[in-house]
Design a protein around this ligand. Structure first.
Ligand code: ADP
Length: 260
């Protein structure tokens, strides 16, 4: 006799992550409870291949920030599994998660988030100091050089242009040689030429250093620099576009806004 199948929902199992720097498996994120609950991510399953440049796009409120927060281990999903380079983040307590983030993940934000009282060099080595690692001056100078900051190391953020400040933020994200860099609208506060330079730096992190970049952006021109765009709509992955052109991205964005 055949046994009746269990009607219980099977537990979500961590996926095999070969080749994926970031993997979300059936991730749902709910804020609040009961009638006032907002579901920001609904059953999202996606793998982001190692050594690729990715954009996350979607209408306002579609879940982009929540996606980034959960994927980067800054917030925990309500259900489902997030893996960074195969590590299931749910297995790490808060202390180990913080350590893991500090050593494996880099962040770049729209508002640069530099500490105004510190020099460029001090800002740059901050992640190493937080991780309790000594900063060797050769690698500090080589990272500074790679983003065009040599000669500016003794300045304070207020003495730099917006583009230079974002270069410091990128150098700071690169200094620990993280496996994944999460960027939240990194070009949102920059003029188009400076934005291009920043996008080229992120691209170089991928091609030269084999890092993985996940960037939230509203800008179809910025998205054009990436290998793949993931479009979110109402907390779900609605579309993916490989080797996107700005026109394709614009078209898909207006479709999603129309149907949202
Ligand atoms: P996006 O970045 O695409 O604008 P978000 O991830 O910020 O989208 O938000 C997705 C949904 O989750 C929205 O409906 C938003 O109102 C809700 N949301 C986000 N953060 C919170 C929060 N801390 N508390 C309650 N609701 C939230």
């Amino acid at each position: 006799m055949l046994r009746a199948r269990s009607r219980k929902t099977p537990a979500v199992r961590p996926a095999r992550t070969t080749g994926s720097a970031v993997r979300l498996t059936q991730v749902t994120k709910r804020y609040g409870h009961g009638e006032s609950a907002a579901v920001a991510l609904r059953d999202v399953t996606i793998g982001i291949p190692t050594g690729t440049f990715n954009a996350v796009m979607g209408p306002s409120g579609s879940g982009k920030s929540t996606f980034l927060q959960c994927a980067a281990g800054l917030d925990r999903p309500t259900s489902g599994i997030v893996q960074l380079n195969g590590q299931n983040l749910a297995e790490l307590d808060e202390t180990r998660l913080t350590e893991y983030r500090r050593s494996r993940v880099g962040f770049v934000f729209q508002a640069f988030n530099l500490l105004p009282a510190l020099t460029v060099e001090q800002n740059l080595i901050l992640p190493l100091r937080l991780a309790g690692t000594a900063a060797d001056s050769t690698s500090v100078h080589s990272v500074a050089k790679s983003v065009g900051l040599s000669g500016l190391l003794r300045r304070r953020p207020a003495e730099l242009s917006g583009g230079q400040q974002q270069r410091v933020a990128i150098a700071r994200a690169l200094i620990t040689r993280p496996q994944v860099i999460f960027a939240d609208e990194p070009t949102g506060a920059l003029d188009p030429d400076t934005a291009q330079e920043i996008l080229h730096l992120l691209r170089r992190a991928v091609t030269d250093l084999h890092q993985t970049v996940v960037m939230v952006t509203h800008d179809p021109v910025a998205a054009q620099h990436t290998d793949r765009v993931v479009f979110l709509s109402a907390g779900r992955v609605a579309e993916r576009l490989d080797r996107p052109t700005a026109d394709q991205v614009k078209h898909l964005m207006s479709e999603l806004r129309r149907t949202h």
